[in-house]
Design a protein around this ligand. Structure first.
Ligand code: AMP
Ligand code: MN
Ligand code: MN
Length: 328
C-alpha cells in the first residue's frame, strides 16, 4: 500500500490549481522571500496564473533582499481572490500575516512551512520541522511537480537556505541542506554572489547599530544568558530602521558559556511605542527558546524564536532568566 504524504497532497493541490495567490509572514526574512519567489517561478513555469502578495506595510523590503526580482508582488488583494488557491509559505500561524481578507472562510489555503509549532491553519498542510527551511520544501515540491530548476529559481531558493541555516552553521544543517545546495549550484546559483548581496552589501548604519549593541552587552546568570538592547534613540541617531538590527543577536552567541542569546529592541512605529521586540537564540540546544517565546505571545523554532511585549526591560529580562533557569 502506498502512503500518501503531505508532500503528495500539496503537490496535487498545486497541480490542480489554475490560479494561485502566494504569500508569507510579516517582516519577511530571507526564507520567506526566497520561498515566495521560488514557488512563484515554479508555478509560472508550469503554466499557472500565480501572483505574489505582501501587505503594503512590508515595503520597503529589507535592504539586503531588494535585489531580488520581486517587483511583481501585489499589495492589494486581487479581484478574483476567491477563485485563487492561497499558498502560505514559512508562516507558522495565520496571525503572522496581519491581513484580514485572508481570514475569509471561503478561501482555500495551502500551508507550506517548517515551524514545529505551526498551527496547521490550512485546508491542506505541508509542515515538516525536519526541513532546514521552507525553501527546502519548495525545492522538493519543484522536483515532485517535474519543474526544471532554472537559475532564477535556484538563486531565490538558495537565499532561503543560506539565511535559515545561518550560512550552514545551525543545527538544522544536515546532509539534505547540502544536497539541496549542490543541486541549486548546479542549476546556476552562485554562493559567493548570494553572499555578497545578502551579507556584504549592507548600509554602514548597520555597523554603527551593531557597535552600539555590542558596546552595551551584558551577561546574566554567570554567562548563561548573553544579552543586549537597543533603544529608539539608537535607531534614530544611526538612521536605522527596525530591520537593521537583523543578525545582531547572532553575534551574542559567540561568547563561551552562552546558552541563550537575547536581543531586546524598542519598536519604532508610533502605534507600537512602549513595545519591545525580543529575539532569542539557543546556542547549544539545551533550552527550547520557542517555549519561552510562546509563553509571552510569540513563537518560533526550538533554537530561534521571538516575541513582542509591553513588559519593561528589567521585568522581561527577569522573565527570560527564570524560564531559562527552569529549563536548565
Ligand atoms: P527573530 O528573532 O525576529 O529573528 O525571529 C526568530 C524566529 O522566531 C523567526 O524565524 C520566527 O520563526 C519566530 N518569531 C519571531 N517573532 C515571532 C512572533 N511574534 N510570533 C511568532 N513567531 C515569531
Ligand atoms: Mn521566516
Ligand atoms: Mn523559515
Amino acid at each position: 500500500m502506498s502512503v500518501i504524504t503531505e508532500l503528495d497532497q500539496v503537490a496535487d493541490e498545486l497541480r490542480d490549481a489554475g490560479r494561485l495567490l502566494l504569500t508569507t509572514h510579516e517582516n519577511p526574512d530571507g526564507d520567506a522571500l526566497g520561498s515566495l519567489l521560488g514557488m512563484y517561478l515554479v508555478l509560472s513555469q508550469l503554466g499557472k496564473d500565480a501572483a505574489m502578495f505582501l501587505g503594503a506595510a512590508e515595503f520597503p523590503l529589507p535592504y539586503e533582499y531588494r535585489y531580488l526580482p520581486l517587483d511583481g508582488v501585489m499589495n492589494e488583494p486581487p479581484d478574483d481572490l476567491e477563485e485563487r488557491l492561497v499558498v502560505f509559505l514559512d508562516c507558522g500561524n495565520i496571525d503572522r500575516m496581519p491581513v484580514d481578507f485572508l481570514r475569509d472562510d471561503r478561501i482555500r489555503i495551502v500551508n507550506i512551512d517548517h515551524h514545529h509549532d505551526n498551527t496547521r491553519f490550512g485546508e491542506v498542510n505541508l509542515v515538516d520541522p525536519s526541513a532546514s527551511c521552507t525553501a527546502e520544501l519548495v525545492w522538493r515540491l519543484a522536483h515532485e511537480l517535474g519543474a526544471e530548476i532554472t537559475r532564477p529559481m535556484a538563486e531565490a531558493l538558495y537565499v532561503g537556505l543560506v539565511t535559515d541555516t545561518g550560512r550552514f552553521m545551525y543545527r538544522n544543517t544536515g546532509a539534505e541542506a547540502h544536497l539541496m545546495a549542490a543541486d541549486l549550484i548546479e542549476a546556476g546559483a552562485s554562493p559567493n554572489e548570494v553572499n555578497r548581496q545578502v551579507f556584504e552589501s549592507l548600509p554602514f548604519r548597520r555597523l554603527e547599530l551593531l557597535a552600539r549593541a555590542l558596546a552595551r552587552v551584558y551577561r546574566l546568570d554567570g554567562g548563561a544568558i548573553t544579552a543586549t538592547h537597543l533603544t529608539r534613540e539608537d535607531f534614530v541617531e544611526t538612521g536605522s530602521d527596525e530591520h537593521d538590527s537583523e543578525g545582531i543577536v547572532d553575534h551574542l552567541r559567540s561568547a563561551e558559556g552562552t546558552v541563550v542569546a537575547v536581543l531586546v529592541r524598542e519598536l519604532l512605529a508610533e502605534d507600537r511605542a512602549g513595545l519591545r521586540k525580543v529575539s532569542l537564540r539557543s546556542v547549544d540546544g539545551r533550552v527550547d527558546v520557542s517555549r519561552i517565546a510562546r509563553g509571552l505571545g510569540g513563537g518560533g523554532h526550538f533554537q530561534a524564536a521571538g516575541f513582542t511585549t509591553g513588559l519593561p526591560l528589567p521585568e522581561l529580562l527577569e522573565r527570560v532568566r527564570v524560564e531559562v533557569g527552569e529549563q536548565l
